[in-house]
Design a binder for this molecule. Structure first.
Ligand code: 5RP
Length: 219
């Protein structure tokens, strides 16, 4: 591993471990998806006896939680969550995010929406001034792939189908290249109106509440 890759891995680990301090006794914790969250789940395992369990945003995270003996609970059975911990692909100064690099954006959005506090854990490479260098993931119903692609092209984006990837919900992902997203809230709202769009990997309407870059709070 190069020095840069080792540094990023170290920051992800520190962020995952630091997020555990937001976990309160008896909590049900919302858990995101990805390599940074994997560090959080490993750190959470040491606290499993003081929490009720977790609501997971993906099959991948559910499997890791279960390997640690942390109960995975159904969101419908638990209602509002106090805390959601998840990573991101990009984060702007207003804590608005691009997510979905791991194709888990829809369930991540649901769990984030159901949570009082969203703690986002990232390494410094994810911090940007303007969102959009990372291609924006959009989950679509398969039959709407080309229709949504044309709508994106009409708005100046370059849609690329993430061929071979099927989400946990049985849908497909389009990654949109070439957008400088200066108004993420409006774009999120507009894209959500296109029939066939299941969800958009922009977290602007529901941004993170707290961002940890490594073990440091983003100011
Ligand atoms: C998955 C996500 C992840 O949070 C995002 O891709 C960051 O992943 P990683 O922590 O592996 O860099 O949105 O859908």
């Amino acid at each position: 591993m190069s020095n840069a890759a080792a540094d990023i891995a170290q920051q992800k680990r520190l962020a995952g471990e630091a997020a555990v301090r937001y976990v309160e006794d008896d909590a049900i914790v919302g858990v995101g998806t990805g390599s940074t969250v994997a560090y959080f789940i490993d750190a959470l395992a040491a606290h499993k006896h003081r929490i009720q369990g977790a609501v997971s945003s993906s099959e991948q995270s559910s499997a890791q939680l279960q390997r640690h003996g942390i109960p995975v609970l159904d969101l419908n059975a638990v209602g509002k969550l106090a805390l959601y911990v998840d990573g991101a692909d990009e984060c702007d100064p207003h804590r608005r995010l691009i997510k979905g690099g791991g194709a888990a954006l829809t369930r991540e959005k649901i769990v984030a929406e159901a949570s009082e506090k969203f703690v986002c854990i990232i390494d410094a490479s994810k911090r940007v001034d303007i969102l959009g260098k990372f291609p924006l993931p959009i989950e679509v119903v398969p039959m709407a792939r080309s229709l949504v692609g044309r709508e994106i092209a009409r708005r100046g984006g370059q849609p690329v189908w993430r061929d071979g990837v099927v989400t946990d919900n049985g849908n497909w992902i389009i990654d949109v290249h070439g957008w400088q997203i200066t108004d993420p809230l409006t774009l999120e709202r507009e894209l959500n109106q296109i029939p066939g769009v299941v969800s958009v990997g922009l977290f602007a309407r529901r941004p993170a509440d707290v961002v940890l870059i490594g073990d440091q709070l983003m100011s």
